[in-house]
Each structure stands twice: as C-alpha cells, then as structure tokens.
Design a protein around this ligand. Sequence first.
Ligand code: MG
Length: 384
Amino acid sequence: MKKRRIAILGSTGSIGTQTLDVVRQHPELFEVELISAANSVDLLARQAREFDVNNVVICNEARYEALSEALKDSDAKVWTGVDSLCSLVRGEAVDIVVGAMVGFSGLRPTLAALEAGKIVALANKETLVAAGGLVTKVMREHGAVILPVDSEHSAIFQCLLGAQGNTVEKIHLTASGGPFRTWDKKRISGATAADALKHPNWNMGSKVTIDSATMMNKGFEVIEARWLFDVAPKDIQVVVHPESIIHSMVEYTDGAVIAQLGCPDMREPIGFALSFPARISVGNRKLDFATLGKLTFEAPDLSRFPNLRLAYEAIERGGNAPCALNAANEVAVAAYLRNEIGFYDISRINEHCLAGLNFVADPTLEDIFETNAEVARIADGCIN
Ligand code: MG
C-alpha cells in the first residue's frame, strides 16, 4: 500500500492522540502531513516534532506566537485560524482527513475536505447532526467519502459490508447507558460533572463523556446513522448494552442480525478508517469469549434520559431542528462542566430551544450558521 498522508483536525484531543498512537505503530503505512488544535500549544508542538509534521495549525490566533516560538527550530510550517486549516486540508499532500474536532467547530474544515474530494475519517458527529443533509450532499457532489470513526457507526459500516445489495430492515444502535444507567431520577438530578465524567467503558473527551451521561450522545448517533446510512430514524433502534462489547448491529429482512464485537477501544475503529479496506493491528486487547461471561441488553429509559427523546423529535422534524438541538446542547454542556447548571438543566435548555426554534425546512449553510449562533445566544440566556 502507498503511504497514506493524514491530516488530523483536533490532534491533541482524545481521538486525535489515539489516532497518532495508531500511526506510531505503523510508520510504514502512514505519515502525518497536518495536525491542528484549538489551544493546546505544548502538546501540538511535541506531536509536530515526534511525527515530523509539515503543517501545524493552531486555531486560536492568540496562541500563534507561542506555537511559532515552540517550533522555531523545526521544519514545520506554523499557521493559525480556521481559514488556514480549511485551505490546508484541500491540499494535494493530504489523502485522509481525520475529523476529530469537538462540536460545531468541525463543520467548516470537514466541508472543505469533502469539497476537495478527500476521504474523511469522521469522529466529529456534531458536523452530521448540525448539517447532515448539506454535508452528505457535498460529499456526493465531489466524489468524497466519509468513513465513520464513531465506534457504533464503524460497527454498522462493517456489518453492512456483507449486505450484498440487500436493504437494511433495522439498525440496532448499542449504548453503554453511561455512568447513571442504574441511578434513579432523583439521584441523577443531583449528579455533578465529576460524577458524569466517570464513564464505565470508554476513554473519551469531556464533551462526549457528558453527552454519554445524558444520552444526548446516543441521540446524536441516531441522527449520525440516519445520514451515514440513509436509514429512516424509526428504523434505528437504541438498545442499552452495558458491557459495550457489541458495538452495534444490522438486521436484514429475514430477521438475521449481524453484529460487530470487540473490546471497547477507539483505536480499533480509528485503525479501520485509516487503513480501510485493510485491517491492521492497533495494540488493543482481544476478546476472550471463555471469560467474557454474559452480554446483557435493556430498553433505554426516555424519562430519565429525555435528551434521547429530543434527538428523535429533532430528526423527525428535520430542517434546522437537529442543528438547534446541537447548538443548545453545546452551550448547556459547557455550563454544566463549569458547575453552573444542574444535570437536568441540560435537557431543559435543549427542549426550550427546540420549542422556540425559528424553523427552516431546507436550510442553506448560511441558515445553519445563523441557527447555531441564534440558538447559542438563547441557550446562554437560559443559563444567565
Ligand atoms: Mg459512539
């Protein structure tokens, strides 16, 4: 295989560092052309040196001087701002773009990569939640490809490789249930950010870990699956599976269900997206069925986790509703992480913003940015 040249958008976060760990294990397969971060100068500079990266982008312009200083005696070119990032990902020297930025901020660079016909290994689900219709349209128009990095969607993608043209009857999207799966509503309502950050199975960034605790993450994954696999939301069923061994399943007309299994480790879906269709070793633990014991399943509880219900409502409504839900949730989760609001205030703010939405049925990119900004303002108002 020709060496694949990778751009990692968000290289200092959880997905970014795990992507670099996969690359570190396979210098014969990959080289890192570009890395970017919002603010983390020190780690970004260390990564640039270790992987001999050609282009390094710090999105926060206030940190540009510090990064230039940290890399002044290296060969790396240092850039700042999202515009630089968008033009660099379009470059000839990039084969695969790993979209690992957090939240809505990933939308513009992802669109730039798709417009340039790149392979995008997408971990940044908010991009598809906020603008799934537009993003998949741009992908098709430019012959680009999105390979899922989210573990559930990587699993579904793998289960679909055996479809042989048959239509999918149903997707079973598995959920760990998060740290509050067994807590009653009263106890959950008093949960702090520190409680919510203790995820039982997965090692992830703080935004997605809070989203897992509220099950907003699973709701967003329903929306993500709707766009990636073109399956109606009603045919995407969430099932709580606390062991996180089955990463999701696809059901066909004859009732056959194909599942993808593995130990929970994000390096597995990352490695598959980077090396697709080949499979490579990624240093993860392997399943031992003899000691695994039993796998259990239960229905999700929409009363204790209202964000999951809101996600179905938003995608059924369509238009800019999922964008609004994402915008409200980003603001609410940030406030919860700062201990400014309670756990159920997150879903309350989300519901309030969805109800008061200035609905646009067929949003343009401009509408999406406007909705995001407007709803963020409304959500901010709820907090203050
Ligand atoms: Mg996931």
